[in-house]
Write a protein that binds this ligand. Sequence first.
Ligand code: ADP
Ligand code: MG
Length: 437
Amino acid sequence: LQPRAREEAAEGKAKEGGEQKSDCVKRVEAMAQMREERRMKAAAARAVREEEAKEAEGRGGIESVDFLNRINEYRRLHGLSAPAPWPRSKHIWDAEHGSSNIRVCVRKRPMLKVERHRHDFDIISAPGGSGALVVHEPRTKVDLTKAVESHEFCFDAFFTEFDGNEAIHEATLAPLLKHVLTGRSATVFAFGQTGSGKTCTMAGHGNHAAQDGNAIGLYELASRRIISEAKSLGLAVQISFYEVYRGKVLDLLRGRARLEVLEDGCGHVTVVGLHKVLVDSAEAMLRLVKQAEDLRAVGCTSANETSSRSHAILEVALVEASSSLPAGKLTLVDLAGSERAADSTSKDRQTRAEGAEINKSLLCLKECIRALDTGDAHTPFRGSKLTQVLRESFIGDAKTVMIATIAPGSSAAENTLNTLRYAQRVRDFSSKRPPYE
Ligand code: ADP
Ligand code: MG
């Protein structure tokens, strides 16, 4: 090639190479630009989200402060700022409450740490030492103005977060000891939404270090007394512990074995094959109860958790040592979570069926307890498996205590009101109790 031609060829190659290079650079630059744009968009989105979160937090905070101010004002005006503990000598079976066989009490548990963390606030006020309480329901109206609706209730007793299980036992169950030891039956129901303290009341939370008087529960407090008194009267004590889940009866002292319920011509109901264990000390009884409680808790972490969907029934029966004839019975019932009754509208078939069953049993329970005071010969105990197995608790000279447990937080307001309204319907129909003051 001539030098000129060589030059031109080199130039051409260089040009070509230059074009290739700029293409590549362009692509790299375009990619970098896109990356930068994406980064900017993400940063902008993050900023918006953070702004929204901050705003929501501010809104929540202001809202709570607003509600709290109103609640505190109510407490100040009505002298409800510091509830008194339940007086030690006072119990719910004295004449002041009339001749009814039914007592309904409410127990408020303390706020839990997790509730404080999510800015829940306490919506329950009470003077303490009586049956009166107020629920402050926070409401945001359509025009976004905030209001607190205060609902007043009156029961046979209201136990504050400062009243431990022992005080509750002394006020509710201890006075029934004689009733049981003289051959009759007494039943305690713990009723309330899941997490409101039913099991804590019945079994205790087991944490002795907490020193809040709730380490041991009514199971132990009541049985200790009954077992020692029974011994001195020459009576034997038999315990059984079972669960009613979806209309099935499962024996908690025999690995949840399924049991059949039979009714004879006279209406006597028998749970066939129910394990009844003779115990001669409270310790022996507690070992069995502990095993059964553990068995109940096993399912709690799995998807088909049942402890909030089943009713647990502990029977402490007295029998004549020589003839094994029945001589009085105390029954302690840890009911299914009351909020589960609303599951009867759930989309999931299994949940819906469980909800329907719980709804039915709780409605029927209310009617059966009421029948104790109306003297209605047609106690509708066949309406659910729960009331069928508890039939003896609703006939004759039986006495019943319902302890409605409530969570104190604002997020539980709706469930708390539902629990209290149910409890009120159990209590406030009887002609055997004095009218409200
Ligand atoms: P439920 O049986 O109604 O579902 P739990 O008894 O299991 O409710 O109570 C839920 C939680 O609240 C548990 O951690 C329990 O220890 C705690 N708790 C309930 N009641 C009290 C109370 N009176 N004092 C202290 N902690 C309580
Ligand atoms: Mg429980």
